[in-house]
Design a protein around this ligand. Structure first.
Ligand code: ATP
Length: 852
């Protein structure tokens, strides 16, 4: 049991040392122990997916009708129905697998990264490459990868709820335990899947993959099941209700035809089946899944990784974006600008190591630092990396500390112990409160009120230039086990200002937000003056807006805050718990809120928001775990791009649904009209089957892939509870369906002058072509000449595939027989083209009249 062994014994057992493994060891260990992966829940097999395609009401009706046709001797009909059902199932299987693959590749992108010591340098590696004996460095916000024995711990706490269900954080240490004990008491071990909630530390990996404690229960963790999105649920419900109504109508039509029209029962049955097939919108939900999952690929290309499909839908509804400043709106490329010692400001290059206060500052910068710079990588917090650059610039050595009180965004400072001194750095307002003396020209003096005012004024001046300011202090200290009580009676050394310029894209992205009626809000841990200056530069802060500090938030009630909420564009010096309050109040006002976060304490706010956004580069693993979306470039403008894609996706899905339903409605109208007038059936079930299951799906997917258009920014955000099928869209579906049915009926009527077979052929060909052409009309609510026919290649391809298949049926005698159609002369073909084009022109004409 590793927890009963000393650190040295454990290292020996794992064939490692405190300096970590060498590249050769890593290779050997990886060959011996394999990859650090949990045997994941396998995706459903293609065969199972294929079989699932038959568990559908429509397909069951069709199978019954195929059997009845077969029994009554109409074998052609049976064959066609079966072929079409199988083709549909193959298409459905292919699309489901494609959607699954795109989700799987997204999951891979969000794999956690681990900091390990290999070849004596700190390296970032993907979690699955971890092996036994690796030394892993951890800090608050990390997710533990592999199980391990702790070899170093400073205020280290972890949350093991994923494993034990215990929600309280557990204090960790590195001494061996004497007795055998259960996992929850093994406080010198860390376990895969748990979260580091506080402190820093190192552990040596003792087991990985399926041998870790998490691996042992992995079979129980069945979280791979994607839940349906609200839109899918909505549409499933809608399709279900519609199907019931349609089946009732079909049964009525069946009896009408048998008892009133005195048709043969088999013919009447076939008409009823035709009606059901024509009307049941079976492709709706699967089209939504396909379009949503394809859009996640698009978003990934734009640097936004979506973790669940529901988020794509919610993105289009966002009305408020609450964003961090550092790294999201700014470049997170910190560089030290000035250094202030009482009472003089220096350019960073002008430090003089001969001077005691200058030297003490460099020493503090080097000690209060967890960043590392080596040939290949710069690892760590950009603020600390910038301080390390300063240290290196002045050829000062990189020093290591004994013990640490780590930085967290609530305390806004950190301290370390080295030899017999404690060194601190942090926000000037926080550090100054803890100082009693000040270093002036190398001598300690009592810190007076006047000194404090002068320093704070200097802080204000630097902050108003948009600079981040840190204060440095120290004191003699001998207690090894550091506590926050030790961070008192400090001696103030100086201030360091760092520049982190706004990202070039930020002002444009903020402008796009305003155009899209989305309120951008900055929520930062930084100083109010720095925050306001940056917010002004990028346009988040406008005349008349308010800026609030965390401290002020503590003193105003929810009611008061609610009244000023829309006016506040900058929150500064906030603690993570303020973020939840801001999100909740916005949500209370009906807003749909996206909230960014990077720290370990941001997880609750990310979960509370409608879209939690984590930072892929600088964000903690915990925040990535809690988020719905991860930005691989940490960039605010990516959120706006994702919103634009989200809005477009919703619009495209709406258009695809419009396409499917209006085509179905046209089919129903034709069947109903002919049976009301006791005319021969215009379509045989195979015709409707062919249309609904084969020619319809491709144009619908093509509409779903319509290009991203920026004009969605001109609309206000969609209301979350708006049904995708509102009265206006239902009306449009009815009108378009009626136009297509009207043209089909003219064709049918013309065909009837020859014979019933020609009438059915005319009706089938016209409705098929009209629906294929309708695929172009449904791409947008604009007339086709505005969007350009060639601007969606998929839609042209979908048309020609349908067109080609249709003509195969027209001209291959065997298919002609199967589909029960008559051969078409050129003049008849031209008639069919004319009627189909007529429907297209009428619908386009309607668009022009309605829009202008
Ligand atoms: P945002 O919330 O927009 O990311 P931020 O990075 O400034 O902004 P925090 O990381 O919470 O927010 O930092 C709050 C304050 O703590 C900073 O303004 C700075 O004064 C101080 N600070 C930041 N990083 C460190 C650090 N590594 N060590 C000590 N103090 C720090």
């Amino acid at each position: 049991m590793y927890y009963q062994k000393t650190v040295n014994e454990t290292l020996k057992l794992c064939h490692s040392s405190i300096y970590g493994l060498s590249s050769q060891d890593v290779k050997l260990h990886q060959e011996k122990y394999g990859k650090n992966v949990l045997l994941k829940q396998k995706n459903e097999s293609p065969i199972k997916i294929f079989i699932d395609q038959f568990k559908d009401l429509l397909v069951i009706i069709l199978i019954i009708s195929a059997i009845i046709s077969g029994l009554s001797g109409q074998f052609e009909s049976t064959i066609v129905i079966i072929v079409v059902i199988v083709m549909n199932a193959i298409l459905g299987t292919h699309q489901t697998i494609k959607a699954q693959k795109s989700l799987d590749s997204l999951k891979k992108l969000s794999l956690p990264q681990v900091k390990v010591l290999r070849d004596q340098t700190l390296q970032m590696i993907p979690g699955d490459e971890l092996t036994i004996g690796d030394i892993v460095q951890i800090e608050a916000g990390d997710v533990i990868s592999g199980d391990g024995r702790i070899i170093e711990a400073s205020s280290l706490q972890t949350n093991e709820s994923a494993l034990t269900g215990e929600t309280e954080s557990i204090d960790k240490q590195c001494h061996p335990l004497s007795k055998e004990t259960m996992i929850s008491n093994q406080n010198n071990m860390v376990f895969s899947g748990s979260l580091v909630t506080n402190g820093t530390g190192r552990y040596v990996v003792t087991s990985i993959g399926m041998n870790s404690e998490l691996g042992k229960i992995a079979q129980l963790l069945n979280d791979t099941q994607e839940r349906k999105t609200p839109l899918q649920q909505n549409l499933d419900q809608f399709s279900g209700q519609l199907s019931i109504i349609i089946i009732i109508i079909s049964i009525l039509v069946l009896f009408l035809n048998i008892f009133l029209a005195k048709q043969k029962p088999l013919d009447a049955f076939m008409i009823a089946v035709a009606l059901a097939v024509a009307a049941i919108p079976e492709a709706l939900s699967s089209i939504v899944t396909i379009v949503l999952s394809l859009s996640t690929q698009k978003m990934a290309k734009e640097h936004a990784i979506i973790k669940n499909l529901s988020a794509v839908e919610s993105l289009g509804c966002i009305s408020v974006i609450c964003s961090d400043k550092t790294g999201t709106l700014t470049q997170n490329k910190m560089t030290v600008q000035n250094i202030y010692f009482y009472d003089q400001l220096y350019h960073y290059q002008d430090l003089n190591k001969e001077k005691h206060d200058h030297l003490t500052l460099l020493k503090t910068c080097s000690l209060c630092n967890n960043a590392s710079i080596n040939n290949q990588q710069r690892i760590g917090d950009p603020t600390e990396l910038a301080l390390l650059d300063l240290v290196n610039y002045h050829h000062f050595p990189t020093l290591s500390h004994l013990n640490e009180l780590p930085f967290d965004s609530t305390r806004k400072m950190m301290s370390v112990l080295s030899k017999n001194h404690l060194y601190s750095k942090g926000a000037p307002d926080v550090i100054l409160q803890k100082c009693q003396t000040i270093l002036i020209h190398g001598k300690k003096e009592k810190l007076t009120h006047f000194h404090k005012q002068t320093i704070l004024k200097q802080n204000q001046t630097l902050a108003s230039q948009g600079l981040r300011v840190l204060a440095f202090a120290y004191r003699p200290c001998t207690s090894f086990g550091l506590t926050v009580e030790d961070e008192n009676q400090l001696t103030f050394i100086g201030l360091v200002s760092l520049m982190d310029p706004p990202r070039h894209e930020s002002p444009l992205a903020v402008k796009a937000c305003r155009q899209a009626s989305i309120k951008p809000v900055m929520i930062t841990g930084d100083h109010i003056v720095t925050a306001k200056s940056i917010a002004l530069q990028i346009g988040i802060y406008q005349d008349g807006d308010l800026c609030l500090e965390g401290e002020q938030l503590n003193h105003i009630s929810d009611q008061e805050l609610e009244t000023i909420l829309p006016k506040v564009s900058v929150y500064a010096r906030v603690a993570p718990e303020h973020k939840i309050r801001i999100v909740k109040l916005w949500q209370k006002q009906g807003a749909i809120v996206a909230m960014t976060g990077d720290g370990v304490n941001d997880a609750p706010a990310l979960k509370q928001s409608d879209i939690g956004v984590a930072m892929g580069i600088t964000g903690s693993e915990v925040s990535k775990d809690a988020a719905n979306m991860i930005l691989t470039d940490d960039n605010f403008s990516t959120i706006v791009k994702a919103v634009i894609i989200g809005r477009n996706v919703y619009r495209n899905i709406k258009n695809a649904i419009h396409y499917l339903l209006s085509g179905n409605f046209a089919g129903i109208l034709c069947v109903l009209m002919t049976s009301l007038f006791f005319l021969p059936t215009p379509f045989y079930p195979v015709h409707l089957l062919f249309m609904n299951l084969i020619t319809d799906s491709l144009p619908a997917i093509a509409i779903g892939m319509e290009k991203i258009k920026e004009d969605v920014l001109n609309d206000p955000p969609r209301h979350k509870n708006n049904h995708i099928l509102n009265q206006t869209s239902l009306n449009e579906i009815l009108v378009d369906g009626t136009i297509i049915a009207f043209c089909t009926m003219i064709a049918y009527y013309v065909g009837l002058r020859y014979d019933a077979l020609t009438a059915a052929t005319f009706a089938f060909a016209t409705i098929c072509l009209s629906r294929l052409l309708h695929g172009f009309s449904c791409r947008s609510n604009q007339p086709i000449y505005r969007i350009g026919i060639t601007s969606n290649i998929s839609s042209i391809l979908a048309f020609f595939v349908g067109f080609g298949l249709l003509h195969l049926i027209f001209y291959i005698p065997f298919l002609q027989d199967l589909f029960m159609i008559t051969s078409l002369s050129l003049s008849k073909l031209i008639m069919i083209y004319t009627f189909s084009l007529l429907s297209f022109v009428l619908i386009q004409f309607k668009k022009i009249i309605v829009k202008q």
